[in-house]
Structures are given as C-alpha cells and as structure tokens.
Design a protein around this ligand. Structure first.
Ligand SMILES: Cc1cc2nc3c(=O)[nH]c(=O)nc-3n(C[C@H](O)[C@H](O)[C@H](O)COP(=O)(O)O)c2cc1C
Length: 396
C-alpha cells in the first residue's frame, strides 16, 4: 500500500477557555485555555484534531509523491491513523472511495483557500432562528445590548463635496423604492404559472447564445456573469403555483422549461424549513429558487484563481437583485438569503459536493395582507400604513 497527503489542508490552532478549579484554589483566575490543533481539509466535511507531532509529520509529508507504508510499527500505526482520519489517502482498494473524493477536489481547480472556506462554511442541520433566539440576538436592540453600538451608518461627510440634484419624478426610482425583502407571504392565493414563467424568462432565461468554437457556447442573460460563464443553475421549489404540482424542479435556462426531479421529499414544508435554516418567514413563499453553482464551469477559466469564488457569489447577488426587481414590478414580494443548509440542497437535488453547490436561496410570491414578521419599509412604499410589530427593526 502507498500513501500521500491530501493536497488542500490548513491547521487551525484552537484555544478554548475552560474552568480551572486548581487555578482558583491557587489564587488564579480560574480560567485556563485548552489548546488543540484542528486540521481542515478541502475534501472533508469535519475538522480533525491531531497531536503536534502528527501535525508536524503531516506537514512534511508529500501530497504529490506516493510512498510505501513504513516498516517501523509505530510509524506504520501513525500513518494508518491519519489514513483513517482522511488526512492521508492511499492506493489500497479499501480506501478507494476516500481517494476518489480527494482526487475530485484535487482536479476541481478550486483556489485552496476558497475550497477550504466553502467546504467548511456549508451548513447541515443549522437552525439559525433558534440560534438567534437562544443567544438573544434577534432585534437591533438585542445586538446593541450585546455588542454596543455598530460603526456609523455612513462615513463622515468630506470637505468640498459637491451637492447633487435629486430627481423627483423618476419612474425607475419609484419602482426601486417599492422593493423590500418580503417576509410575509399570502399562503391562501396561488401564483399563476405564466407569472412565474415571466419572472424566470426575465431573470434566468438565456436570451441568446454565442458559439465561439464548435460546441463551445456562452449564454447571454439579462444579468451579468463573471467570464460570461453563467455557472448558476436554479433548482425550483414549487409550493403554491396554479397548474404546477408542488415539489422540486430544475429550470433549464436555454430551453426555458421546468423538469420535475426524480426524487421528491416526503415532507415539502419540512424540507423548505430545513433548507432555510429554520427561517419560517421565508419557508412558505410560493416559489423558492435555490441558486446552485456549477463550480467547474467557472473554474474552467478561473483555475486556482483567488477571485473565482468571490465572482460566483457576486453572480448570485446579481441574480437575486434582478429577481427582486422583476418580482416588484409584478406586485410580488421577493427575498434572498445565504443562511441556508447547503447539505439539505445537495441531498435533495443529488449534487456532487465541491463540484456543484448551493450559494443562496431566493424566493417570491404574493405578499400577505398583514405584516406578521418585520420588514424594512420606513417610507411606506410597500406597507402604506406601516405598522411593524413592536418597534423591532429586522436584523436578519
Ligand atoms: C446576501 C443577503 C443575505 C440575506 N440574508 C437574509 C436572511 O438570512 N434572513 C433574512 O430574513 N433576510 C436576509 N436578507 C435580507 C436583508 O435582511 C435585507 O436586505 C435588509 O434587512 C434590508 O431590507 P430590504 O431588503 O427590505 O431593503 C439578506 C439580504 C442579502 C443581500
């Protein structure tokens, strides 16, 4: 059996405070710090804790050259432990699956720090609402109580600045002002299918294609995309659309069609709530659009590129703003959130982790008649008689 180190990894020295009874008795503060070395690898979901000697050995082990198992029993045992942890890979058929997963990340052209960031910032089973409530960080007042006042809402004004004219009768401005993140959907009224189709056509549909080489095509959409690569796909969760069965679909941007997925969740409302990390104010939107990036499409051009991951997240931002605008123009509410359980999407849509993955979830639908969850509409363009519950400015 031969082995080598996984290619993309980092060591994070951790210091966790712990109660130190002996310290208190000896007149100390009673707080001690427990130190450990946590290794994060781009192909592994969970960090691994190893001792300093193994860590030094690991850092010196080649990630490129295979080497045989050492004959010394202790060294061999150490290698086998690191193999079990997944920090080493081997050509032994018993470890074939681990090798394939590491090889796939190796071949993916991720910039290593982005790969580590993306892998280890994916959520599974997170209840963000519950977490906010438990730590009493729900409203702006809660945040100020815990963290003090935030940095100023805008930097100081500068000397010599030139005042600009304000335009009073700009129709575009009126429409932009009518946008507010919607957290109150009307669950009693279905969304007409042509309305959903219209929004998909405006925001996500390919308006044209350009063929630069035989079989090499680039799409033109109404939203910009880094490198003109449009690596974002939309998986559509239909909750309440006239003439369309509730469930999971994939939207095809060239064909402008929705294909039902072969596997559907048994409990669609539960799936939505888990996907949205417990944010119940979004979960009953008529339609959710899960923006899934095909990283390999972007990284075909931006190989090992320090800006590539940033660019795909910016792409997602452009799609979400376009959706907000298109929905607002139709009298609908929309939202975007990055507080999502990515692994819920990966399982439901059958995505291959690190090759494709969810970056954000957008949603849209009819607004409810009354505001139950707070929205930010201080100028009353969405809720003509503003009546937010309590005085809580939403802090999501
Ligand atoms: C990248 C991004 C992530 C967001 N995530 C959440 C979220 O997790 N939950 C939520 O309720 N709102 C979320 N929002 C909406 C913001 O809270 C909202 O934009 C902000 O409060 C300003 O309100 P407005 O959109 O109505 O102007 C997000 C917005 C953006 C752009």
């Amino acid at each position: 059996m031969n082995f080598r180190r996984c290619l993309m990894m980092m060591v994070e020295p951790i210091e966790r405070p712990r109660f130190d009874l002996a310290g208190v008795l000896g007149g100390g503060t009673g707080v001690d710090f427990e130190r450990s070395l946590q290794v994060r690898a781009a192909h592994l979901r969970e960090p691994r804790v190893i001792d300093a000697a193994s860590c030094m050995w690991l850092l010196q082990c080649s990630a490129e050259q295979w080497q045989p198992l050492p004959s010394d029993p202790q060294a061999r045992a150490d290698v086998l432990t690191l193999l079990e942890l997944g920090l080493l890979v081997s050509d032994d058929p018993a470890h074939a699956q681990a090798l394939a997963i590491e090889q796939q990340v190796r071949d993916s052209h991720w910039w290593p720090l982005s790969a580590l960031h993306y892998q280890h910032s994916r959520w599974d089973g997170v209840d963000s609402l519950g977490d906010m409530q438990r730590s009493q960080l729900v409203t702006a007042q809660d945040l100020v109580r815990s963290f003090g006042a935030p940095p100023a809402e805008a930097p100081p004004r500068r000397e010599g600045a030139r005042a600009l004219p304000r335009c009073g009768d700009d129709p575009m401005q009126a429409q932009l002002q009518a946008r507010a993140t919607c957290r109150n959907f009307d669950t009693g009224r279905a969304l007409p299918l042509p309305l959903l189709a219209r929004l998909l056509q405006q925001v996500l549909m390919a308006q044209a294609q350009v063929e630069t080489d035989p079989g090499v095509r680039f799409l033109k959409k109404n939203v910009p995309s880094a490198g003109s690569l449009h690596p974002l796909e939309a998986y559509v969760v239909v909750r309440h659309v006239e003439g369309l069965a509730a469930g999971l679909y994939h939207y095809h941007a060239v064909a402008h069609e929705l294909a039902p997925l072969p596997t559907q969740p048994g409990d669609l409302p539960g799936f939505c709530l888990r996907l949205l990390a417990g944010q119940d104010w979004f979960a009953d939107a008529h339609v959710l659009l899960v923006l899934v990036c095909r990283f390999e499409r972007s990284y075909w051009k931006y190989r090992g590129h320090a800006k590539a991951y940033r660019a795909v997240t910016l792409d997602a931002g452009h799609v979400s703003q376009a959706l907000y605008s298109a929905a607002t123009a139709q009298g609908l509410g929309a939202f975007v959130t990055a507080a999502i359980n990515e692994l819920e999407a990966e399982r439901a849509f059958g995505l291959q982790a690190m090759t494709e993955g969810a970056l954000a979830v957008c949603g849209l639908g009819w607004r409810a008649g009354a505001m139950t969850t707070a929205e930010l509409d201080p100028i009353g363009r969405v809720w003509p008689a503003p009546r937010p519950p309590g005085n809580g400015t939403p802090q999501r």
